[in-house]
Write a protein that binds this ligand. Structure first.
Ligand code: FEO
Ligand code: CA
Ligand code: CA
Ligand code: CA
Length: 582
């Protein structure tokens, strides 16, 4: 490989420069190929994608969903694997010839079918891993797929609807942002901005709890409530309570029913980073991506049993949810201590006097519970990633224009900049090296910034950020087996003002030991880079290109010409067959 440009032994690739081109650029000695794109049929009896929009709902239901986000790779045998991939949302301006300006029932059905999860069968061919049409694991899960509701909130009054008077069976999942995987072979998909799909043209009384979750009479433009009354708040006020959960899916059984795990709390879930603690408890770290919301931790009551995989299936139904409180930074340094506050009915003020009458309510209204116990408001917690061998956890805090502006979001602790445009990466080490311990030490692994615009101070970024590796809005993160921290961005791609010289969204790689950060790839016009998964041999890296050309920004990625831009999953390999990043 080409000589490294820095000194970190972990980083063995040549940095790529920023880009404003409509291409996907990887380092010298690497190659990137398209695995699958929005609209590609999963089955041979499904219509091909129609360029320019106008795909039917029936076709979309059997095609790869839109806006691929988090994904996980499940090995099956030497030549077979499963890639489970979230399909977060869709872009009406690219999906319909009318660009969303003249929505009808068929259009809403098509949009609902583009959301959810795609499960793909992969086969290892002579030229590498390829998607297998009609493969036996292929499956689409969308906004209408039946899902069991389990855990402490199952059957609670707030989850009951006319269609489901027992509060036990929801229809669908949507706004599936990032993900997680369990050692017992299941996939976790996380429901994020679910509030925006509900609305009404009638009279809905919006409760304070609904308002805290962003739910109101105005939807976010999806218009589902006009054609599918399930999404009409005036008619079905509890339907929205059935979304905002982590959903567990068995990717090996296409007939299995996905399960909403209410013990993990309801909020705008980003990802679900699962670790098995030293003593066998399952710990899941969870971010709530909204300005001034919180960072959570779930600890299972039971223990992981590596010798009886099936025995682990209900571990995410019983346990304790916690939320993080960070103490102020120590004088002149961006580090300090913090602790996990328990969200259990009857404790820490989670009592009827304060509006909580059961554990189910604590979980359904986890945000209200977090405020009650005194959690720290954060700069939009996105992904959490745990180091593969060290007791060390990282979380991207992507940006927060409200920091220092709104009363409940003072400049403090791990959120040290007012009107934070750039974002930062928080790191913590659990006390005693134990993920179930009540306390932790935190510091900021990096502050993104722009040293070419700001000469000094925190907006220039931390010491490990320079003119050659700068970026904004870290979002997706994940570790490989060697402990490289991969960082993806969902930032401002204007390349102007505060963001001058930062180009299109990108993926970087960091050495947690030295702090060095190096740019690994750049994406096409108006995309976000999100979603990453490695093959177990670490020689294939799957990376997502989400919404290239959104808002008609002029991309034709990945097929070029005058084609409709399409979210895609890329496979990255090394020309010499080596380990990615080394
Ligand atoms: Fe779907 Fe917070 O990103
Ligand atoms: Ca994200
Ligand atoms: Ca983001
Ligand atoms: Ca996104």
């Amino acid at each position: 490989m080409a000589a490294a440009t820095g000194c970190s032994p972990l980083l063995g690739f040549e940095a790529v420069p920023t880009s404003t081109a409509d291409t996907f650029v990887v380092p010298p000695g690497y190659k990137a190929e398209r695995l699958i794109s929005w609209g590609d049929p999963l089955f041979s009896n499904v219509a091909e994608f129609i360029n320019g929009g106008g795909n039917t709902a029936a076709a979309q239901a059997g095609q790869f969903g839109d806006n691929n986000d988090g994904m996980s790779f499940f090995p099956v045998d030497d030549n077979t694997a499963i890639l489970a991939i979230n399909n977060e949302y869709c872009n009406y301006e690219l999906m319909f010839p009318h660009q969303g300006k003249n929505m009808g029932e068929e259009d809403v059905k098509c949009a609902q079918a583009a959301h959810g999860v795609s499960v793909l069968t992969l086969k290892k061919q002579a030229d590498g891993w390829r998607f297998e049409k009609d493969g036996k694991f292929n499956r689409r899960i969308d906004a209408n797929t039946p899902m069991a509701i389990s855990g402490p909130a199952r059957g609670h009054d707030l989850l009951k609807t006319q269609a489901d008077p027992k509060g036990e069976l929801a229809l669908g999942t949507f706004n599936n942002c990032a993900n997680g995987m369990t050692p017992w072979g299941t996939y976790l998909t996380c429901e994020e901005n679910v509030h925006g799909y509900f609305g009404t043209s009638g009279q809905a009384e919006i409760t304070p709890a609904q308002a805290r979750y962003g739910i109101g009479a105005e939807d976010a433009g999806w218009q589902w409530h006009k054609f599918d009354e399930r999404f009409d708040l005036a008619k079905h006020p509890n339907e929205a309570n059935r979304f905002g959960w982590v959903v567990e899916i068995d990717p090996r059984d296409p007939a299995s029913t996905p399960i909403k795990r209410t013990a993990l709390g309801r909020f705008k879930h980003e990802n679900a980073e699962l670790v098995i603690d030293n003593d066998g408890h399952v710990v899941v770290y969870l971010g709530d991506d909204e300005r001034g919301e919180h960072l959570y931790r779930f600890v299972s009551e039971g223990k992981y049993n590596p010798s009886d995989i099936a025995a682990n299936r209900e571990l995410l139904d019983k346990g304790t949810l916690y939320v993080a409180r960070f103490n102020a930074a120590s004088e002149g340094e961006l580090k300090g201590k913090g602790d996990w506050l328990e969200l259990t009915f009857g404790k820490n003020g989670l009592t009827p006097e304060n509006g909580f009458s059961s554990q189910a309510e604590v979980l359904i209204h986890a945000r209200l519970a977090a405020t009650q116990v005194g959690a720290t408001t954060m700069d939009r917690p996105e992904w959490v990633a745990a180091h593969p061998t060290e007791p060390m956890v990282f979380c991207t805090l992507t940006n927060n224009k409200n920091r220092g502006v709104k009363d409940n979001q003072p400049v403090d602790g791990p959120n040290p900049r007012a009107e934070n445009h750039y974002g930062q990466i928080l790191r913590w080490q659990p006390a005693n090296g134990n993920h179930t311990d009540a306390g932790f030490d935190w510091d900021l692994f990096l502050l993104a910034g722009n040293p070419t615009v700001h000469n000094d101070g925190l907006y220039a970024g931390s010491a490990n950020i320079n003119a050659d590796n700068m970026f904004n809005s870290p979002d997706g993160i994940g570790f490989d087996q060697a402990g490289r921290l991969w960082i993806q961005t969902d930032g401002n791609y204007s390349n102007e003002g505060d963001f001058a010289g930062q180009g299109n969204n990108q993926m970087l790689c960091a050495d947690p030991g030295t702090g060095e950060v190096r740019r690994f790839l750049t994406g096409p016009i108006a995309c976000e880079i999100t979603g990453l998964a490695f093959s177990p041999d670490q020689k294939n890296l799957f990376v997502g290109v989400q919404h290239p050309g959104e808002e008609l920004a002029g991309s034709h990625f990945p097929l070029g010409g005058d084609s409709t831009p399409r979210s895609s999953v890329m496979i990255i390999t090394r020309e010499d067959g080596g380990i990615i990043g080394a």
